[in-house]
Design a protein around this ligand. Structure first.
Ligand code: SF4
Ligand code: SF4
Length: 85
């Protein structure tokens, strides 16, 4: 099972610069043109479910507006992993 992730954008900090949109290797970020933040910017949003949780968007965001979450696959139990012989 592949590692999956998702992000949250804090509207109070996002200024709609689009750096995260350009940096995302999965191309799952867009600026939300239907919505404005309290400061009047179009905020970044995730548009597809193929985020890997790589964290690049959070690193490039100059305003630390992005929090990245990762869901890692459960480790196989020793039994399920098989015997070493
Ligand atoms: S964590 Fe990685 S894949 Fe997910 S939105 Fe950010 S840059 Fe894209
Ligand atoms: S890089 Fe940060 S400030 Fe710029 S659009 Fe993305 S979340 Fe908003």
């Amino acid at each position: 099972m592949a590692v999956t992730g998702w992000i949250e954008v804090d509207d109070l900090y996002c200024k709609g610069c689009g750096l995260c949109v350009d940096a995302c290797p999965q191309d799952v970020l867009r600026l939300d043109m239907e919505r404005l933040t309290p400061k009047g910017y179009h905020p970044a949003q995730m548009t597809e479910e193929t985020c890997t949780g790589c964290g690049i968007c959070a690193v490039v965001c100059p305003d630390a507006a992005i929090t990245v979450y990762r869901k890692t696959p459960q480790r196989q139990s020793r039994k399920a992993a098989g015997r070493r012989t």
